[in-house]
Design a protein around this ligand. Sequence first.
Ligand SMILES: NC(=O)c1ccc[n+]([C@@H]2O[C@H](COP(=O)([O-])OP(=O)(O)OC[C@H]3O[C@@H](n4cnc5c(N)ncnc54)[C@H](O)[C@@H]3O)[C@@H](O)[C@H]2O)c1
Length: 262
Amino acid sequence: MGKRFEGRVTFVTGGGSGIGKGIAEAMAAEGAKVVAAGLTLVKTEEVAATIMAAGGEALGVSVDVADSESVKAAIGQAIDRFGRIDILVNNAGLSVGDTILDFDEAAWDRNLDVVLKGIYLCSREALPGMIERGSGVILNVGSVNGITGLGESAYSAAKAGMVNLTQNLAIHYGPKGVRANCIAPGTIRTPIWGARVEKEPQVFDNLAKVYPLGRVGEVSDVVPAALFLCSDDASWITGVTLPIDGGLTAGSFFINQLLQGG
Ligand SMILES: NC(=O)c1ccc[n+]([C@@H]2O[C@H](COP(=O)([O-])OP(=O)(O)OC[C@H]3O[C@@H](n4cnc5c(N)ncnc54)[C@H](O)[C@@H]3O)[C@@H](O)[C@H]2O)c1
């Protein structure tokens, strides 16, 4: 495959681990200059170092996507270093609590602030330059939880909001040359599952049973679709939410199994 991102600058939030790290490293391998931005500077700097060791260009910065001043500063650092942001990957995320009686108001606010408001804050900083140049791409990393009821109420409500925000970004800024899309991964084996895996080491094997394709996902299942949507190969695709979920949201696997007497 050719280098689809040569000359492009990508800003990836939550770029120090998991899906964000995977996207950052793969885009750099295809020629992008990458800014990995995340809560933990040592992790984003590690990702940048890995990219540079492989001959790419990268910068690790710290950001709290829920904090407008922090976002301004991080986007400013990226522009100081590389002059522009062509591709914004809104990937930072966390999930606190399950049913609404499980968590307090502060947890609700943190979920909404990081997952949904974070996209608003980062997009607001990156868009003006994209509009000025007449081109840009925003990729929001949503979740199957934003498509159907799967638990984690606050996180899921925020991820559902992301689907609509993506559509509005697409209609508002399409005429300015900016595309906005969303991906909705199912269960992906990343550090976000750390605490759960510690409590329940078999969690991925258990979850695999609800996936028509018979397994949970890996970062490598998500990265090619993410890069496609960010590339010119997707130049007439905007406003979509693409499930990357082994068939989880295709229908009720369990009902189908019951009907088949399984
Ligand atoms: N792993 C899954 O099963 C799964 C499924 C669907 C969606 N997702 C989404 O994928 C995205 C990436 O998650 P992941 O699975 O790679 O897990 P991860 O924990 O490796 O990555 C999340 C990253 O976001 C960063 N982050 C958290 N809060 C932040 C903040 N306020 N500001 C900046 N950075 C912050 C974390 O430091 C971390 O690096 C998240 O948005 C998550 O909701 C994950």
